[in-house]
Design a protein around this ligand. Structure first.
Ligand code: GLU
Length: 491
């Protein structure tokens, strides 16, 4: 095919952008850039009932955030404008009439009730219902009279009763359907709007689309679309259908679990770059071991032969792993800037040095949204289980515990300035002098002032961040607590 490469991403503005749609947009973009083609954004808003106000803006913003740029589209214009289907409303009916003229479509006046009734009858006989071509057989005069009287109608495709329609999908291979299994789908609705089924054909042709890249839910309808292309004497595009993005082999990504939409992940503190990198690999592989890609590298590496037709599993753990890697690689200032609002959620007004905290946290942050839970202990010591004092490795026993904490207090109380090196040197010297082991002292100290089994940084870093007053307050409280417990045990 010598046609110039032109592709389109054609979302319906029905809400936030689903991860599966975003992946479609990404593959479409990668394919087009790789081949030096033109990438078009088309807004498919012919189903007025499903419109969500603001959804088009969400689509623009999401694609822009992700670095997916379109060459033609509603906001940038282009030779095939307008790119919003509702603004093209008048261009569909003439083609539908042409199909009626040539016998490939027909007016249908059946009411909802008629259809529901005949469907029930068919189902009672155990048949699968498809439109029974009732109105195909209306006499010409009858049709004209109904039209003249303003009777509401739809226009349906007239699928052939015999033969087979097939095509070669670049991912799924040869797909064929006997024509008598194809439904006479509605092309123009009673409100005059085209259905998706019709509009996609007309617009893909008028926009000169060479490759249709979309979700596999359209695979089984594509033979019907191809019949329309043929009836109108148009060239059929190449098709690249993509498997669904699934949470696991049984479940789709779901709104309820908060893993369906791009915005869900951004709100939780995933990085766009990590999402895009991982998403590219959900259903495509580069054919080598590489895992990390910039957008340019994806364009370079992308090929249709790397697309898989089995359902693509979106593995949250794998995404989180990618995200942690991307966070680790962020320039420090960038990390600090992004982490600060999450610190603020729990540490606001606590006088914590976010810069030092960021140094300790960057290598441990898998997802920004997990930061508040990780640092909350800096705002207040949680109640903790005394078992935490017992470090398995260091075998810090009940006996050494109180002396160890008291030793820490004695060492730390007079220190000034309260700087990490000062704390470090004093603790090391004091522990050695007391003839104790580092772990025997530092482990319980860290537990006493954090109440956590694991913390970003050790006892010294945590004490440094908490400041002198708060460290000594927590340490004092822990000692008092243990002493009370000892007294009780003595009774
Ligand atoms: N508007 C359709 C959707 O959002 C697009 C399908 C297509 O790309 O043809 O699913």
């Amino acid at each position: 095919m010598n046609k110039p490469i032109r592709t389109r991403f054609a979302p319906s503005p029905t809400g936030f952008l689903h991860m599966g749609s975003l992946r479609t947009a990404l593959y479409c973009f990668l394919f087009t850039r790789k081949h030096g083609g033109t990438f078009i954004l088309r807004i498919e808003d012919t189903d007025q009932e499903r419109q969500v106000p603001g959804a088009t803006e969400v689509i623009y913003n999401t694609l822009r955030d992700c670095g997916i740029r379109w060459d033609e589209g509603p906001d940038v214009g282009g030779p095939a404008a307008p790119y919003i289907q509702s603004q093209r409303k008048d261009s569909y009916l003439p083609y539908a009439r042409e199909l009626v003229e040539s016998g490939h479509a027909y007016y249908c006046f059946c009411t909802r009730e008629d259809l529901a009734h005949r469907r029930r009858q068919a189902e009672a006989l155990g048949e699968t219902w498809k439109y029974d071509k009732h109105c195909l057989h209306l006499a010409k005069d009858d049709i004209q009279a109904k039209l003249d009287a303003g009777t509401p109608y739809v226009i349906r495709q007239n699928t052939p009763a015999t033969g087979e329609s097939g095509f070669d999908d670049l991912v799924y291979g040869h797909i064929a359907a006997p024509n008598n299994t194809l439904d006479d789908m509605v092309l123009i609705k009673a409100d005059g709007m085209p259905t998706y089924n019709f509009a996609n054909v007309i617009d893909d042709h008028l926009m000169g689309i060479s490759h249709v890249i979309r979700g596999m839910e359209y695979l089984s309808s594509t033979p019907k679309y191809n019949l329309l292309y043929k009836a109108l004497g148009w060239e059929i595009p190449q098709y690249i259908h993509l498997p669904n993005v699934m949470r696991d082999s049984q479940h789709k990504l779901s709104k309820r679990d908060g893993d369906a939409y791009y915005s869900d992940f951004i709100q939780k503190g995933y990085l766009t770059e990590a999402l895009i990198n991982y998403l590219a690999l959900v259903g495509w592989n580069p054919g080598d071991e590489r895992e990390f890609f910039t957008m340019e590298e994806l364009v370079e590496a992308f090929s249709v032969s790397g697309l898989s037709k089995s359902p693509a599993i979106f593995d949250l753990n794998k995404l989180t792993w990618f995200n942690a890697e991307y966070i680790r690689r962020l320039p420090f200032e960038d990390y600090l800037g992004r982490a600060t609002p999450w610190f603020e959620q729990v540490l606001k007004g606590k006088g914590i040095d976010y810069r030092r905290l960021s140094e300790l946290m960057q290598g441990r942050t898998e997802v920004f949204g997990r930061i508040p839970d990780m640092v909350r202990f800096l705002a207040e010591t949680p109640d903790f289980d005394k078992e935490l004092y017992l470090n398995k490795k260091q075998k810090s026993t009940g006996e050494s515990l109180l002396p160890a904490l008291k030793l820490s207090r004695d060492i730390l109380s007079p220190l000034s300035p309260w700087a990490e090196e000062v704390l470090h040197d004093a603790l090391m010297a004091g522990i050695q002098e007391a003839g104790m082991k580092n772990g025997t002292v530092l482990w319980p100290l860290r537990v006493a002032i954090s109440g956590q089994a694991s913390t970003p940084g050790g006892a010294i870093e945590i004490a440094g961040i908490l400041g002198k007053e708060e460290t000594l307050r927590r340490l004092g409280a822990a000692i008092e607590d243990l002493q009370k417990q000892d007294e009780r045990n003595d009774l």
